[in-house]
Design a protein around this ligand. Structure first.
Ligand code: ATP
Ligand code: MG
Length: 511
């Protein structure tokens, strides 16, 4: 009865220069919620891709319900009852939301896809996940968090007995995370086996029965999770002794490394006034002073990303102005960047990483004008910048010349962060800066942001990680339905107050 439903025996997967999986044996049992953890680049996504037919292992055997199996393509794994939400949402952005939910299994009538039924079914299904929208819209018009919810609804609505989730919560709000957890609970009761990847420790301890730890492609531990103290789990992930972690103050790995409380000058550095874009933004105004980190809170679809994008000229406005040090900011991205505003976008796949370029090129891309003297870019200066950031952010790559597409998700995110941190902007807009970044590196990222703010940078911080938002922000502006509905500062910036601000507004919404 407890025989594994999906099993990899002595699995190996090699890439040029990297052994991403090194003799890993892993078994997923029916009805368990199994956590898969490890630092960025440890091999988690590779293991998932080997289990689901995206990659063929170079060595070892895959078994499904006890029998050897070879999945040539992911669709074969799907047909065998294995449903996967990959780390990078791999749906089709240009197709409608509804067609993405039922891609490959649309209801048909007389041999043709029955769109009316497809749309009606999708609308009903998604409503159950709190997504109320026109399902005929292209998927790509949704924010990355909502796209993740669509991927979740899709996975949960297939009759699968194995569901694999690679960082499903990395851009979800607390409320959506709760929805996800109730879906997982329901699946769990139905005997579905779940493999769950996350860098958020709280989540793992809340929902997982067992844990497997990977480090540098090797399996270092499998066992019950409840019995394993947190610090020991982190010590296994990082390959450092518990004593060593304690000596460093384990808080370094708790994710809270912001100094906070920057003394803000009286004059705003950035002033966004009456930003309006019907129906997504209405009359949003906010200020950022030099050295200040302003958090932007709100639910999915509340207009946080739109606000940031509007400030940098990437979101068309019906009205409103943006002033930097009193001067109007051009309403185009290149113009805004020249004026001193940089933005890390939430969707690294769509708006950030240039897959064909190397790690080095991706890092220096935006800073090139600054790194060049008389039109010539000094290679030595480039190398210095690249080396500094690769070390500080612990970017795991075989060399600076490796194509960035070959890096793990978390390491790609670090590359993007490095790109914007090294442009030395006056104002930095960060949309989910630590999305998918492991516990060790997260503290370093937060310390860097803090350091830059201390030097006078103004930061707008959007984060679905409540702890990060609270600890990192001097002030929090709360949005709902594209409008500012509250502002918290000083002692008010705490989790209860922020959640209350979001929730209180929410209650008004009840019919
Ligand atoms: N297609 C590829 N070509 C070359 N190297 C690759 C490729 N895919 C993954 N790798 C390498 O294999 C290693 C493991 O990557 P993987 O994506 O499995 O990490 P991960 O544990 O999922 O990390 P993260 O937490 O950042 O998502 C990394 O060093 C990565 O650079
Ligand atoms: Mg991964």
């Amino acid at each position: 009865m407890n025989a594994p439903v999906l099993e990899l025996v002595d699995g190996t997967k090699q890439f040029l220069g990297t052994r991403a999986l090194d003799d890993v044996s892993f078994a997923l049992r029916p009805g368990e919620v199994h956590a898969l953890v490890g630092e960025n680049g440890a091999g988690k996504s590779t293991l998932i891709k080997v289990l689901t037919g995206v990659y063929r292992p170079d060595g070892g055997e895959l078994r499904h319900r006890g029998s050897p199996v070879v999945f040539q393509r992911p669709v074969q794994a799907q047909q065998a009852g294995i449903s996967t939400i990959y780390q990078e949402v791999n749906l089709v952005p240009l197709r409608s939301i509804a067609s993405n939910v039922y891609l490959g299994r649309e209801p048909r009538r007389l041999g043709l896809i029955d769109w009316r039924r497809t749309n009606a079914m999708a609308a009903e299904l998604l409503a159950g996940y709190g997504i109320h929208t026109d399902v005929r819209r292209p998927l790509g018009t949704l924010g990355i968090g909502s796209q993740q919810m669509v991927a979740l609804a899709r996975a949960a609505s297939t009759a699968a007995d194995v569901v694999i989730m690679d960082e499903p919560t990395s851009s979800l709000e607390p409320r959506e995370v709760e929805t996800l957890f109730s879906v997982i609970e329901r699946m769990h009761e139905d005997g579905v086996a779940i493999l769950y990847v996350s860098h958020r420790m709280d989540e793992l301890y809340r929902i997982c029965d067992r844990v497997t730890v990977l480090r540098d492609g090797k399996l270092v531990h499998t066992g019950p999770l409840a019995e394993l103290p947190r610090i020991e789990l982190v010590s296994k992930m990082l390959g450092r002794s518990v004593g060593d972690l304690r000596a460093h103050g384990a808080t370094e790995f708790s994710g809270n490394h912001f100094g906070g409380d920057h003394t803000a000058a009286a004059e705003p550095l950035l002033r966004a006034e009456h930003l309006t874009s019907t129906p997504r933004l209405s009359d949003v105004s906010l200020d950022i002073r030099p050295g200040e980190v302003v958090g932007l809170a709100g639910l999915l679809g509340s207009g946080r990303s739109e606000t940031a994008r509007a400030i940098i000229g990437a979101f068309p406005l019906d009205g409103g102005t943006v002033l930097l040090a009193g001067k109007p900011v051009p309403t185009s991205v290149p113009g805004a960047v020249r004026a001193g505003i940089s933005m890390l976008a939430e969707d690294r796949k769509a708006d950030g990483i240039i897959p064909a370029l190397s790690v080095r090129e991706n890092i220096v891309l935006a800073a090139l004008p600054r790194l060049s003297r008389f039109g010539v870019v000094s290679r030595a200066r480039q190398d210095r910048v690249v080396a500094t950031f690769m070390e500080r952010l612990r970017i795991k790559a075989s060399s600076p010349d490796q194509p960035v597409a070959e890096l793990s998700g978390g390491n790609q995110q670090k590359v993007l962060l490095a790109r914007w941190l090294c442009t030395e902007p006056k104002v930095l807009l960060l949309d989910e800066p630590t999305r998918g970044i492991d516990v060790g590196a997260k503290a370093e990222v937060q310390a860097l942001i803090d350091e830059l703010a201390t030097d006078g940078l103004g930061v707008l911080l959007i984060s679905s990680d409540m702890e990060e938002l609270i600890d990192g922000s001097d002030r929090v502006v709360v949005l709902r339905d594209g409008a500012v509905v509250g502002e918290l500062s000083g002692d008010q910036v705490n989790e209860d107050a922020v959640l209350a601000a979001i929730a209180a507004v929410d209650e008004g919404e009840a019919p």
